[in-house]
Design a binder for this molecule. Structure first.
Ligand code: WT7
Length: 637
């Protein structure tokens, strides 16, 4: 028997050792015992990080929805799969059983087929957190179509870029969405995007809000009447373990977003195994992850991981502040949530509010608390531990990425002693390495370097959609034979890992991974802007906020700075979305550059963080004088 569920620290070490000594055997046992395969694999693993090429369970056939739904019908069909908690607390929550989910997914899958969607076709899903989102993604997986979910907070041009990049034939959206007291007109965002996307043949529109929208003749259709007509059964498409399951875009430090491609077999095994262990999930528990399904956290730990374990997973449509700052705790109490998984930015925002919002709710159902998306600072950790967990719930600080598919480094509840700000130990099967500047692996304890992984794991992305070279350049070129995460980390004297932050030009704002280059591209479109550089700086609630240094063209110098600032943020909102807006914009006459013309972001970061005592050597700069000027006029003093 494989040790699918680890119960104490000794066992963790035992399992970990085995997973490193015999990785193939380790994953093979898990895959064999806990999943439904329609044909076994010919080979557990084939890999070569120099190409890079990674194949898990090659030759095996499966369908992930059979594992997430059908497999549970016989003994757990009436159990709740998804609890949908609407934005408005007065609207009744919806409990979708596994039977019901099966029916809905099959109907939706039949609608997709009736519109000509086949195995391998890309379908873009641009939906708010409503049940149709979960059903749509599973329906794609049912028939082997590749879903590409775009977070519904992205702008029309960000949506268009993603639709074009993966050449989607269909878009699934809604007339609008609720977000706290606001309603958002999603459909017109889709309409604007589609002006640039002639390849999209069909748009299916879910009805969510009370609005009067236009459907484009021959392209758009209401979803519900199609579902009403559809058959209740749909045979799952048999997929190869290495067939694509979905594409999900993540920002890079340069250029356009990268469509990370995940495959069926390995992703399923990895998300299911990590979900079970990291959250210590037991049958009957109610689990809630507050992320949006539009991010990898939602893909892996609202839908695929939990459902593969026959869990009850909560899906919340709204925001933590509506109708008041007690909403999260209200939901925990109402649904008796056992495992709660959220982001440090949400914790910090809630910690600023009156403690009564918490104290008036019964949180005694909670057993495990999770954190993800960015390093959790000590203060937030303690607030979470004291007030939410009442010092009774282990906190799992989970480190991972869109690229890794699932959690990589994390404590296991009741096994791993936790320390604030430490993601602690690698999960079984994960072999981290810390690298120094010269590209050597740092052995032993109390070392700090760039965080790499030296052996494949089943959940890893296999490529960047349409650009394998970029996949290789970004992740497998910095260090020979290793996957480079882009993060820095240290390993302490007992082997615990602490993530120290991004080592590249990606800034994590409120848990959202934002590349600075696309933001700069958006700003530079402003007619008065000559050049710009964006950096992150520490922010009390968001973790990091964005600080822009902008050089104006001659003609722009006379314009009112306040207006230009507004217009810049407007441009960013249009090109990327409001999450990428700049908190501070400083107009400068030049940017510090190396002799080869590269902007020295390190210096700009320090100035933005008001940490100018340790700027380091600036004498090698092309224009050292500009540094003085920038410090002088800094907005963060
Ligand atoms: C980046 C990945 C993984 C789901 C959400 C974000 C940062 C993530 C932690 C953590 C410190 C963390 C890293 C990573 N990050 N979790 N527990 N401690 N940093 O996915 O958008 O792909 O971002 O988020 O910098 O590289 P993502």
């Amino acid at each position: 028997m494989s040790n699918y569920h680890i119960k104490h620290l000794e066992e963790y070490f035992q399992v970990y050792r085995k997973s490193v000594r015999h990785p193939e055997k380790f994953w093979e046992e898990i895959a064999e015992e806990h999943f439904l395969w329609r044909k076994p694999w010919d080979k557990v693993l084939e890999w070569d990080f120099t190409k890079p090429e990674v194949k898990w369970f090659q030759g095996a056939k499966l369908n992930i929805t059979e594992n997430c739904i059908d497999k549970h019908l016989f003994s757990h069909g009436d159990d709740t799969a998804i609890i949908f908690e609407p934005n408005n607390p007065d609207e009744e929550a919806l409990h979708i059983s596994y039977y019901e989910l099966h029916k809905r997914v099959c109907k939706f899958a039949n609608v997709l087929k009736s519109k000509g969607i086949k195995k391998g076709d890309r379908v873009c899903i641009y939906l708010p957190m409503i049940p149709e989102l979960s059903v749509a993604m599973l329906a794609c997986a049912r028939i082997g179509a590749i879903h590409s979910i775009v977070f519904a907070g992205f702008s029309s041009s960000a949506l268009a870029t993603r639709i074009l990049d993966s050449d989607c034939k269909m878009v699934i959206t809604s007339d609008g969405s609720y977000r706290g007291a606001k309603t958002i007109d999603l459909k017109s965002i889709v309409d604007a995007a589609l002006e640039k996307c002639p390849g999209v043949e069909n748009v299916l529109v879910a009805k969510r809000i009370d609005s009067d929208i236009k459907l484009k003749e021959g392209r758009d259709e209401w979803l519900q009447p199609l579902l009403d007509e559809a058959e209740e059964d749909c045979k799952p498409e048999m997929m190869d373990a290495e067939d694509p399951l979905f594409i999900l875009y993540t920002s890079g430090s340069t250029g356009k977003p990268k469509g990370m491609m995940h495959t069926c077999g390995g992703y399923m095994v990895y998300t299911a195994y990590t979900f079970k262990n990291v959250f210590n999930y037991r049958t009957g528990d109610v689990y809630w992850c507050t992320a949006d399904i539009g991010w990898i956290t939602g893909h892996s730990y609202i839908i695929y991981g939990p459902l593969a374990n026959c869990a009850t997973t909560v899906m919340f449509e709204g925001v933590p502040s509506y109708p008041d700052f007690g909403r999260f705790w209200d939901i925990v109490e109402k649904h008796k949530v056992n495992q709660f998984y959220t982001a440090p930015t949400a914790i910090r925002a809630l910690a600023k509010e009156n403690i009564e919002y918490i104290e008036t709710h019964d949180l005694s159902s909670l057993k495990v608390l999770g954190s993800v998306g960015e390093p959790i600072n000590e203060e937030a950790w303690h607030w979470y531990n004291d007030n939410v967990g009442k010092k009774n719930c282990p906190i799992v600080d989970t480190w991972w990425q869109t690229e890794t598919g699932g959690i990589m480094i994390s404590p296991l509840p009741h096994s791993t002693p936790t320390i604030p700000t430490y993601a602690t130990l690698p999960l079984p099967g994960i072999q981290p390495a810390l690298m120094d500047e010269e590209g050597n692996e740092l052995e032993g304890y109390q070392v700090q370097g760039k965080l790499c992984i030296k052996f494949p794991w089943p959940g890893m992305a296999r490529t960047v959609w349409g650009d394998h070279e970029r996949y290789k350049d970004t992740y497998f070129s910095a260090y020979k034979n290793k996957y480079f995460s882009g993060d820095g980390a240290l390993r302490d004297n007992v082997g615990y890992y602490r993530i120290t932050g991004r080592a590249d030009d990606v800034v994590i704002v409120s848990g959202h991974n934002l590349g600075t280059a696309p933001i700069e591209d958006a700003i530079n479109e402003h007619q008065a802007v000559a050049e710009s550089a964006i950096v992150g700086y520490p922010h009390e609630v968001k973790g990091n906020a964005l600080y822009g240094y902008v050089i104006l063209k001659e003609a722009g110098a006379s314009r009112k700075h306040e207006n230009v600032r507004k217009e810049i943020n407007q441009l960013i909102t249009e090109h990327i979305g409001p999450i990428a807006k700049l908190n501070k914009i400083q107009f400068v006459s030049g940017l510090p550059k190396t002799r080869s013309g590269k902007i020295m972001r390190r210096i700009l970061r320090k100035i933005a963080s008001n940490d100018t005592d340790s700027l380091g050597d600036t004498s090698t700069l092309l224009n050292p004088e500009v540094v003085e000027e920038i410090i002088e006029n800094s907005l963060n003093k």
